[in-house]
Design a protein around this ligand. Structure first.
Ligand SMILES: Nc1ncnc2c1ncn2[C@@H]1O[C@H](COP(=O)(O)OP(=O)(O)OP(=O)(O)O)[C@@H](O)[C@H]1O
Ligand SMILES: [Mg+2]
Length: 230
């Protein structure tokens, strides 16, 4: 077994203003000293009630926000060298896609940013990725508003996978979908994991679901790891 990720004593305190005159400053300890490890090609399930710090952790892991303290080590390297290999999927695929962009441009954007020298392969990479998430070429000319929730989550997945990441952080990826779509997307995630040898962190408040899909489970509450899932 080799390690994909090691997190050491990770903290994120958000400053907040207190009092009616906003005179005193305080902190919300969204994450308060979390440590864990994730093995390559495994799924770590993270469970916790609303406000426990799950999304804060997800954002820290992909570098969307900076930690107050602590270390995030991917593949024995610091996160800064690893960003394109770690991608995040959010709960709400309606908010995650720019409504003014065609799907083709949404999928081209990460390629143009991260591998501009490879332009002649963009089309191929886009088509291969679309196929792997069960979408066809016809959608490329269309806009996000024209798709259902399940299709949008597939588009989000395609955008994340286009750079061939090693690691996906899935923050409640199916919670906004109806039951049938949930099953479809969960099956798709399973097949993508095998196909691309992916490592997952899967965040949800649904413990029964986590037990089914995770190799190990970590419960957090009030920004700390707790023994018993709540
Ligand atoms: N930008 C911010 N500024 C101030 N406080 C924040 C900020 N982001 C999150 N918090 C606070 O940090 C705590 C953890 O929030 P977080 O979104 O990580 O919870 P969560 O476990 O993802 O909850 P949910 O299950 O509802 O998605 C909450 O108390 C929240 O209000
Ligand atoms: Mg959240």
């Amino acid at each position: 077994m080799s390690l994909m990720l090691e997190v050491k004593n990770l903290k994120k305190y958000f400053p907040v203003e207190r009092g009616i005159f906003r005179s005193s400053r305080g902190f919300v300890k969204a994450l308060d000293g979390v440590s864990f490890k994730v093995e390559k090609a495994s799924t770590l399930g993270i469970v916790g009630r609303s406000g426990s710090g799950k999304t804060t952790l997800a954002k820290l892991l992909v570098g969307l926000i900076e930690p107050t303290q602590g270390e995030i080590i991917y593949n024995q390297r610091q996160i800064k060298n690893f960003r394109k290999e770690v991608q995040i999927i959010f709960q709400n695929p309606y908010q995650s896609l720019n409504p003014k962009m065609r799907i083709r441009d949404i999928l081209r954007e990460p390629l143009a940013i991260h591998c501009p020298a490879n332009k002649k392969n963009f089309k191929n990479m886009i088509l291969m990725t679309l196929e792997s998430v069960g979408l066809d070429e016809g959608i490329l000319r269309r806009y996000p508003v024209e798709f259902s929730g399940g299709q949008r989550q597939r588009i989000c997945l395609a955008r994340s996978l286009i750079l061939r990441p090693k690691f996906l952080i899935l923050d409640e990826p199916v919670s906004s979908l109806d039951l049938t779509r949930q099953v479809e997307i969960l099956d798709l995630l399973k097949s993508l994991k095998d196909k691309f040898s992916l490592t997952y962190i899967f965040i949800t408040h649904n413990l029964a679901l986590l037990k089914e899909i995770s190799d190990s489970i970590m419960a957090i509450d009030k920004g700390r790891v707790v023994e018993q899932p709540l």
